[in-house]
Design a protein around this ligand. Structure first.
Ligand SMILES: Cc1cc2nc3c(=O)[nH]c(=O)nc-3n(C[C@H](O)[C@H](O)[C@H](O)COP(=O)(O)OP(=O)(O)OC[C@H]3O[C@@H](n4cnc5c(N)ncnc54)[C@H](O)[C@@H]3O)c2cc1C
Length: 460
């Protein structure tokens, strides 16, 4: 039976965009549609203006997380080229293939607006030794920092090319995927359905609950057992400048003495801002920064996260993270901010002490007490790491260092896919963060290129 489309891609985040891009390059003759529950890039506007609307009002489609560009559209645009973090794509496709594809994604970004941006690398850095001497491990990576502004330009340029080749359907959440008896798929959405030969599902974090229902409907095995919980640290940029000037983003791991837990830095934003993030109606914290100097601040922010793995019978690791985030929302009406000095002294922060401090907050959060929210073991680990970081970046443990909570890194269920990122249904691929295989821009994008290449071959 002839289907309406050769390929339907669900999700227009980096995974979906780069699969569409590669199909356009490899097989411009194919008929391809891309569905996204969110808006076109130019229509994506978060209503928070810092004036009339100060905090998240829980829009039906969150413009920060959904639409063309996905969760990455207003991100800092840090494309880390590494197998050390950002996902486990290499477990499916091999380490050298994964790096090769991440480098290919980098070239596409550079060709489409990112040509003036810088590629940083840990290769040959002295900082590795200094970290090691202080019980800290600096992970290896190259990182292209596009910045929020150039990242947007790259997305605009990719969209301009893709719209000539792809049928985009925005504000169209796919409700159901049905496997057809002839081997194709029916994609159902409000007010219609379309069929295709092959289907790429790339629904990211915002599609995690829907992904679970697809796995249930189609009997695709999936498991979930991890969530990362922590805080976002904000301090004067000068304290971390010797690291950020050379590496831009340093991924540093510390093993705590007390519990032997790993605490790690995550998503470092030199001269950046701290922002709210809305995941399924729960407000957590995140950060980003701009490439252009006039939008930069005097602060640097990064997350300190502790990974929590659960074993049987508990299965709902994301639910655990959500409950902790809900607690902070309950106490603070959103994100809570606390001075490190107040945390150490066991007292909540207040407006006055924060205003008098040396760090001007870049996010309007409620002064509070993070010890009422975060489990003791996690908080102890974070405090230990702040003192460890103070040895390589003196000033990190200053009283005025700001901690915003909570930052939660939700992991999607790991969906059972093979070495081609294909499910047990031939032609049904699950990629990007929605598959649980990737957790980053570069890995999600590389997974998109990978399946597009596979699909291009099947049509040859
Ligand atoms: C504020 C912020 C900053 C970040 N900064 C960085 C960074 O600097 N570097 C980095 O590596 N990573 C960063 N990340 C993470 C990065 O954005 C993600 O890893 C990446 O976007 C994953 O790509 P994806 O295509 O898998 O999913 P997503 O980008 O989440 O895209 C999924 C898309 O699918 C759509 N969708 C969901 N369900 C459906 C459905 N049922 N029907 C139709 N469409 C659907 C959504 O609307 C969304 O547009 C950041 C994330 C955030 C939120």
């Amino acid at each position: 039976m002839k289907h309406e489309y050769d390929v339907i891609i669900i999700g227009a985040g980096p995974g979906g965009i780069f699969s569409a891009y590669e199909l356009m390059i490899r097989r411009p003759d194919l008929k391809v549609a891309v569905f996204d529950a969110g808006k076109a890039l130019s229509d994506r506007k978060c209503p928070i203006d810092g004036d009339k609307i100060k905090t998240c009002i829980g829009c039906k489609s969150c413009s920060i997380m959904s639409g063309f560009g996905g969760a990455g559209a207003f991100s800092d645009g840090k494309y880390n080229i590494t197998n050390d973090f950002g996902g486990t794509l290499y477990e499916h496709i091999g380490k050298s293939k994964a790096i090769e594809l991440m480098e290919y994604v980098d070239r596409i970004n550079v060709e489409n607006g990112g040509e003036g941006t810088k590629l940083y690398s840990t290769t040959g850095t002295q900082l590795k030794k200094i970290c090691m001497q202080n019980k800290l491990k600096l992970l290896d990576a190259s990182v292209r920092h596009l910045g929020t502004d150039i990242n947007y330009v790259v997305l605009e340029n990719l969209y301009a090319k893709l719209k000539e080749f792809v049928d985009f359907r925005f504000m169209t959440a796919v409700e159901k995927i049905e496997a057809l008896s002839d081997g194709g798929f029916k994609v159902c959405f409000e007010g219609g359905e379309l069929t295709c030969d092959q289907c790429i599902v790339s629904v990211g974090r915002s599609g995690s609950k829907w992904m679970e229902s697809v796995c249930e409907d189609l009997n695709i095995p999936a498991k979930s057992n991890r969530v990362d919980i922590g805080v976002r640290v904000e301090l004067p940029a000068v304290i971390f400048s010797h690291l950020t000037d050379e590496l831009y983003e340093s991924k540093i791991v510390y093993r705590t003495e007390k519990f032997e837990d790993n605490v790690r830095t995550f998503c470092m934003n030199p001269h950046g801002i701290v922002v709210n993030e809305n995941t399924n109606g729960i407000i957590t914290v995140n950060g980003h920064s701009y490439e252009s100097a006039d939008k930069q601040t005097e602060n640097t922010n990064f997350a300190l996260l502790v990974a929590k793995h659960f074993s049987e019978p508990f299965k709902d690791s994301n639910g655990y993270g959500e409950s902790i985030a809900r607690l902070s929302n309950m106490l603070g009406g959103g994100v809570i901010v606390q001075r490190f000095g107040d945390l150490v002294r066991g007292r909540r922060s207040n407006e006055k002490r924060i205003q008098e401090g040396l760090v001007t907050p870049t996010l309007n959060a409620t002064p509070g007490d993070l010890s009422l929210v975060l489990p003791k073991r996690i908080l102890d680990g974070i405090m230990e790491m702040i003192y460890a970081l103070d040895k390589i970046a003196p000033g990190t443990a200053n009283d005025d260092t700001l901690l915003y909570g909570v930052e939660v890194k939700f992991y999607n269920m790991e969906v059972s896919v093979d070495e081609n990122l294909e499910t047990g249904y031939p032609g049904l691929y699950i990629i990007g963060d929605g598959s649980g295989v990737t957790h980053s821009l570069s890995h999600a994008s590389a997974s998109g290129i990978f399946v597009a290449d596979r699909i291009a071959e099947t049509f040859e």
